[in-house]
Ligand binder design. Structure first.
Ligand SMILES: Nc1ncnc2c1ncn2[C@@H]1O[C@H](COP(=O)(O)OP(=O)(O)OP(=O)(O)O)[C@@H](O)[C@H]1O
Length: 271
């Protein structure tokens, strides 16, 4: 059975509407401003479970703001004013029951520049697990191996787990950060331009990893690189000036966009 709503029930012909039961994250009427500067305007979208969803759009359109809202990274910024609702598996992420530390374990985030901690490869991956506590040495070893394997890094580092994380290449560091995030068992992985600081070969490895990871979790990717969105994502949301303009299956959005605004952007007629 399709995960999509019948067109008559969808809010708009250009905005893809997943059924609630197929959605991992539901964003409803999200408006966000930094002080008096509006960054997101009434964004409504559902992110399907076990798929890769890409956010694309011109610089400053609000992609990162939207991504960061999904694990409440704006909480630390007192200037931010937010309206609207975000649900993770049906629970309001701003609701009184939601513990922010727990939310950030369930919704992990990887940034543009690899940011391993100043410690060994092993300790980076074990970091979150040690904070949670409760694992014996052997269980911790197994969990570290599992996370490094899931991040396609184990074979490259298994003989030097005690070496500093900073002895790794940039691409390996980014996969280490992904392993560190995966180690605590997230349901969602948010990736903000995860390959933009990397060389082409490292970029392809990250892209392959993203495609493989959707078997075990839901991924949301912000990228400037439209070829990358086309290569790795199942669904693409195009934003412009804080508004969700079009949201559809990646293939059709790139080959047959419904709106001229989308077409102008993807064909490079608008920066
Ligand atoms: N911390 C902040 N304080 C004030 N304004 C901000 C802040 N972060 C982002 N903005 C503004 O909000 C708008 C959206 O920014 P955002 O970083 O989400 O866009 P983006 O599409 O991810 O851009 P880019 O592709 O250049 O990274 C921009 O106008 C930006 O200048």
């Amino acid at each position: 059975m399709s995960d999509l709503m019948p067109p008559a029930m969808a809010p708009s012909g250009t905005i893809l509407a997943f059924k609630r039961e197929a959605s991992c994250l539901e964003i409803e009427g999200l408006c966000l401003a930094y002080g008096d500067k509006t960054a997101l305007r009434d964004v409504t979208l559902r992110v399907p479970r076990h798929r890769v969803t890409a956010f694309i759009g011109p610089s400053g359109c609000g992609k990162s703001t939207l991504l960061r809202a999904l694990n409440r990274l704006h909480d630390l910024n007192e200037d931010v004013v937010r309206q609207g609702r975000i649900r993770l598996e049906g629970s309001d992420i701003h609701g009184p029951e939601m513990d922010v530390a727990q939310l950030r374990r369930r919704v992990g985030m990887v940034f543009q520049a690899p940011n391993p901690f100043p410690m060994s490869i092993y300790d980076n991956v074990a970091f979150g697990l040690r904070l949670q506590g409760g694992l014996r040495k052997r269980q911790l070893d197994d969990a570290v191996e599992e996370a490094l394997t899931a991040a396609a890094l184990w074979e490259e580092v298994k003989d030097r787990l005690r070496a500093s994380a900073w002895t790794l290449s940039g691409g390996q560091q980014q996969r280490l950060v992904i392993a560190r995030t995966l180690a605590v068992g997230p349901e969602v992985l948010l990736l903000d331009e995860p390959a933009s600081a990397l060389d082409p070969i490292s970029t392809l490895k990250i892209e392959e990893l993203i495609r493989n990871l959707k078997a075990s979790l839901t991924l949301v990717l912000v990228t400037h690189n439209m070829q990358q969105a086309a290569r790795v994502s199942d669904y693409t949301a195009f934003l412009q000036q804080g508004e969700l303009v079009e949201y559809g299956p990646t293939d059709s959005l790139f080959t047959n966009p419904r709106l001229a605004r989308t077409e102008n952007y993807i064909t490079g007629r608008m920066a």
